[in-house]
Design a protein around this ligand. Structure first.
Ligand code: NAP
Length: 186
């Protein structure tokens, strides 16, 4: 494990009630409101992602504008080829944090997936922004990381008890969702 970055490290993801975050290399839903939330949260800060997540982003949207994208891969050739002012390929999670630390907006570093990379970075994170889709039917093959007892739910948008039936937003797509902010207490 690398040294703790000096900036705040956040994880951001969207999941179903069952914890599904992906299927077949993509996300099995479209929630434009969450894309907006993602953009607002990460704008101006470095974002770290796994190679599978990078591959899932349509070419016209990558690298993201206004953010340094850091792509983790074990493929050294690919890492070397991802080398532009706003995108860097790296071959380890430790290197990813090092590059993020040296990037604009490093007071906040956002890990944006996928499941593999969340699992390897959750120990270094102190905040998680999680969009929950109120659905138990959507199936997938990639899951959100477990938040252990050190993590506390500090806010939901809209405000509601976690298991309450109330307090869900309605997407223009028809999906019901809400956004949770979790913080690690130690
Ligand atoms: N719902 C959400 O918020 C959300 C967010 C992001 C992604 N997703 C979904 O999650 C899925 C992808 O997640 P995933 O877990 O399959 O893959 P991933 O975490 O995006 O990427 C995994 C890849 O990262 C590289 N990697 C992982 N650990 C490494 C290490 N320690 N050192 C060097 N390279 C390393 C490897 O790339 P190489 O194979 O190139 O070596 C590995 O195959 C997709 O379905 C995507 O749509 C969902």
């Amino acid at each position: 494990m690398s040294e703790q970055p000096t900036g705040r490290v956040g994880l951001i993801w969207i999941q179903t009630l069952n914890g599904v975050i992906g299927a077949h290399g993509d996300m099995p839903w479209h929630l434009p409101e969450d894309l907006k939330f993602f953009r607002e949260t990460t704008m101006g800060h470095p974002v770290i992602m796994g190679r599978v997540t990078w591959d899932s982003i349509p070419e016209q949207f990558r690298p993201f504008s206004g953010r340094t994208s850091i792509v983790v891969t074990r493929d050294h050739e690919l890492a070397e080829s991802l080398n532009a002012p706003t995108v860097h390929g790296v071959t380890s999670v430790e290197e990813a944090f090092g590059v993020a630390q040296a990037s604009p907006g490093a007071e906040e570093i956002w890990v944006i997936g996928g499941g593999n990379i969340y699992a390897q970075t959750i120990d270094q994170a102190d905040v998680a922004k999680i969009t929950i889709i109120r659905d138990e039917q959507i199936t997938g093959d990639t899951y959100a990381p477990e938040l252990d007892e050190n993590w506390k739910l500090v806010r939901t948008t809209p405000e509601a008890e976690r298991d309450s039936d109330a307090g869900w937003l309605q997407s223009r797509t028809g999906l019901r969702y809400r956004i949770e902010r979790w913080e690690k207490s130690c």
